[in-house]
Design a protein. Structure first.
Lengths: 338, 506
């Protein structure tokens, strides 16, 4: 044996990362004249998907246990609506509302996690109920589209620019453009790093893997499986609420139709990033690249300008197929080696 | 408590609804001994282990563990582990997606000052553990990269590292090959030298004699006895497990065995095998012949039958049916060749509880015809009535749901199902288990009648007398291998000697 063996899961992650770079570089080559090469294009991908990244981190944790959380899209809609109505109609302060949103997320996740962990109900069913509940609740709060404009604190927060000291360029009108990110990107990156460290260096993080690897074994080895699941769903809803705040900072509005199907984007990001639906295998770094790939695809389609935006769905579908087939081929190879 | 004793169980009693699973069982384990717990399925081995490890609650009795004052009652396996009782099961209870080091330490990881997992320390300590057990493997690799045997040993290593005094190995060798078993035995002996008391549950007799110091035999939930290994030769062990006092058995002479010609050859299996369950075997079955498959439970009796029937696909060998080579990919092929299989687990594989007696009877015939050639209702009713009458199935009506019938009658319905397909060759796996004596005799008579009609049969039963009454030839299995055939002088004595195998002549 020479050196360290790369196991198939690491290989999948590397393929994902490589694919992202290939895709991005291809975009740069093809759409060089449309500004794709500017750093800001990449940063915009991050800005547009900061919320999704938070959600994908939570989704990855849940999927590691072998579960799924499809309530996240609706929960984001509910969060945004709550924030918007809270600020515009009830005149509440933004920090308090954000705090409330996080608490709501924790409680929401605790209820779902309790049903899944302790009552042993299928995660799909429980979070589907959560999905309907949150979407319904959004409409109960308000059926209108509510824009946030009066809360100065929140508006300022959303407009804050964090400039990056390199990659500046002068645009066609001769104005110097300094690349920047929004606060949402910083939030999302902190979430990413924290979750990454948590998965690697805490007992809870490793328990998530153990539960997804073999639930019975995990019990036998003395881990509290039920508690682990409860915490996983709480974490998912909590991160989703952070994502909801980011999402709201991006859109500055609340509406019933917001973040429709976002849960599927999160799941597809995780899967493209190498997380197995069966649990036990995956990593938030993978999910990060999954989000980037998702974002890059839609940016590519937008940059093209002539393509129907639905082409990005088709591209994601093709990628998903590719990765799932790859995963199962690897699994088959592994099996045949035994 | 005796200084040398790590575990005593006294008068353990537990009942499942209607059955006394354990009836005042005593068990003693000493330091540094490998103690075999033997008994046929249903003897209470697993139940006893489960009482010890806290999976089952026992009703009466006491457990004492060395170093703990007062009687011990465990409420979970975790509880038991904390008291130094660890179990390693046949199915490896580790996480394949985690590294070896993590599997050794999960739930009790070494921590850094910040309270995070100290991977370096974990890897280092894991390497030490593995080295101590003479296993030089990369502990940072995922568990799934290693063979089942190694995984098994890693599970043991985890158990031992958790300061266990009592190590229970529940059928650990079932999925290992000979070489791997040897490695495991080496490890067991090492642990024994370190003073760990090992309870070894297995159905492989050879292995018991290879490593164990002492044997405790259970039968029907009762303690038969505890013996030093030297005092219990194989034949006596088998007799103790089966509940026949070997010396007292009066030899029952069977009738002259009829002779068969090649023209009557119905099934001719050469070198058939299925990986992991049954080693290559040859078997010939003629028209009008009843072949008994005998051996201890788990010796591969059902598995052999399943391979012939194609329920488990054979990896090697050829099967000729009525002289022509047959390719059996799935049970439907076997059915079309005129075979039938009455499985031993009728709940799981046989009856379909929510269908009526009639529907259960015509099931196999309908499957054979294909779903598009529906059997006319009139014919269905005729068939059902015919077999209800013939086998005297006690049912309220032919439309009663089969799950409402008693076990014996369910068994008859399944038998009727296969008879309805008019097979040339029928495999009956434990057709008389759990049914009353009267029905047993009826089924035995029926077997003989079918043979007389020129059908070939395989008859599997745990009751040797029953086989002696019905079979013209017995194939003996041991540890997944066919070890012999008895055609002449079929008696309790010859059969039991053959089952016990080598070293049986004390």
């Amino acid at each position: 044996m020479k050196g360290k063996k790369i196991n198939s899961n690491t290989l999948l992650l590397l393929i994902t990362i490589a694919l992202f770079f290939v895709m991005y570089i291809a975009g740069c080559v093809v759409y060089a004249n449309k500004g794709f090469t500017h750093l800001q294009t990449f940063l915009n991908v991050l800005i547009n998907n900061a919320g999704l990244l938070c959600v994908a981190c939570g989704m990855t944790c849940v999927m590691l246990t072998g579960g799924i959380d499809i309530s996240v899209g609706s929960l984001i809609a509910m969060d945004c609506m709550f924030l918007a109505v809270g600020m515009e109609r009830w005149g509440m302060s933004a920090p308090l509302l954000c705090l409330l949103v996080l608490v709501i997320g924790l409680v929401f996740g605790a209820v779902q996690g309790f049903c899944i962990g302790y009552l042993e109900i299928q995660p799909f069913i429980v979070t589907m109920a959560g999905m309907f509940f949150a979407r319904g609740m959004t409409a109960v709060i308000s059926t209108d589209q509510v824009s946030i404009s009066s809360n100065q604190f929140f508006v300022n927060l959303a407009n804050m620019k964090f400039q990056i000291p390199f990659g500046a360029y002068t645009n066609s009108k001769g104005v110097l453009q300094i690349p920047f990110v929004r606060i949402t990107v910083l939030i999302a990156l902190v979430v990413l790093v924290v979750v990454f460290l948590m998965l690697r260096y805490t007992k809870f993080g490793r328990s998530l893997y153990a539960v997804g690897g073999n639930e019975q074994s995990a019990t036998m080895m003395g881990l509290d499986v039920k508690r682990t699941k409860l915490k996983a769903y709480m974490l998912s809803s909590f991160l989703c609420s952070i994502g909801g705040i980011c999402y709201c900072l991006n859109t500055m509005s609340g509406s019933v139709q917001q973040a429709l199907g976002l849960e599927m984007d999160a799941i597809s990001s995780a899967v493209i990033g190498g997380t197995l639906l069966t649990g036990g295998v995956g990593n938030v770094i993978g999910s990060f690249f999954g989000v980037l790939i998702n974002g890059t695809i839609s940016t590519l389609v937008k940059t093209n300008g002539k393509l129907l935006s639905s082409w990005s769905n088709i591209a994601v579908a093709a990628l998903l197929c590719f990765f799932i087939v790859l995963q199962s081929i690897f699994a088959k190879i592994k099996e045949s080696k035994k | 408590m005796d200084n040398n004793v790590v575990l005593t169980m006294r008068g353990i009693t537990m009942t499942f609804p209607g059955v006394k699973a354990l009836d005042g069982v005593d068990f003693t384990l000493r330091k540094g001994e490998i103690h075999a717990l033997m008994g046929e399925n249903g003897a209470g081995k697993s139940t006893l282990i489960k009482c010890l490890t806290g999976i089952n609650a026992f009703e009466a009795g006491e457990i004492h563990v060395d170093g703990i004052n007062g009687p011990v009652v465990n409420h979970s396996t975790l509880d038991a582990q904390k008291k130094g009782i660890s179990t390693v099961y046949q199915e490896v209870n580790l996480c394949p997606n985690l590294s070896v080091a993590e599997n050794l330490f999960i739930g009790r990881e070494p921590k850094t000052k910040l309270g995070t997992i100290d991977w370096k320390a974990m890897v280092k300590r894991s390497e030490q553990i593995m080295k101590d057990l003479d296993m030089n493997i990369d502990v940072t690799q995922n568990l799934e990269e290693y063979s089942l045997a190694l995984q098994q040993m890693i599970a043991i290593a985890r158990a031992v590292d958790m300061d266990c005094k009592v190590l229970i190995l529940d059928e650990p060798t079932s999925s290992l090959d000979d070489h791997e078993v040897e490695k495991l035995f080496k490890l067991m002996n090492q642990l024994k030298d370190k003073g760990v008391g090992i309870i070894f549950v297995t159905h492989f007799l050879e292995q018991v004699y290879a490593v164990c110091d002492r044997i405790t035999v259970l039968r029907n939930g009762q303690l038969v006895g505890e013996y030093p290994i030297a005092d219990l030769p194989r034949v006596k062990l088998v007799a103790a497990m089966m509940g026949k006092d070997f010396d007292d058995l009066a030899a029952i002479k069977s009738e002259e065995s009829p002779t068969f010609t090649d023209a009557d050859l119905l099934i001719d299996a050469k070198g058939l095998s299925h990986k992991g369950t049954i080693k290559p075997f040859d078997l010939q079955i003629h028209k009008g012949e009843v072949v008994g498959l005998t051996g201890l439970l788990g010796s591969g009796r059902s598995e052999l039958a399943r391979v012939i029937y194609g329920a488990d696909k054979n990896q090697t060998g050829t099967l000729k049916v009525k002289g022509t080579e047959a390719k059996i990919g799935a049970p439907i092929d076997a059915m079309n060749l005129g075979m039938g299989l009455l499985p031993d687990d009728r709940k799981a594989e046989g009856i379909i509880g929510d269908l009526s007696v009639r529907e259960n009877i015509i099931l196999a015939l309908q499957a054979k015809r294909g779903i598009f050639k529906l059997l006319p209702m009139k014919e269905q009713i005729e068939l059902a009535d015919k077999y209800i009458e013939m086998l005297q199935i006690k049912t309220a009506s032919r439309e009663t749901l089969i799950k409402q019938l008693s076990g014996g009658n369910q068994q008859k319905v399944i038998l009727a199902r296969w008879l309805a397909t008019d097979p040339d060759f029928l495999i009956l796996d434990e057709p008389t288990r759990g049914i009353d004596v009267g029905t047993k005799t009826e089924i035995q008579k029926l077997v003989l009648k079918l043979a007389k009609e020129g059908k070939g049969l395989i008859f599997i039963s745990s009751e040797i007398e029953e086989m002696l009454r019905t079979c013209t030839k017995m194939a003996v299995l041991r540890d997944g291998q066919k070890v012999g055939e008895i055609t002449e002088s079929l008696t309790q004595e010859t059969v039991m000697k053959a089952i016990a195998g080598g070293g049986a002549n004390e």
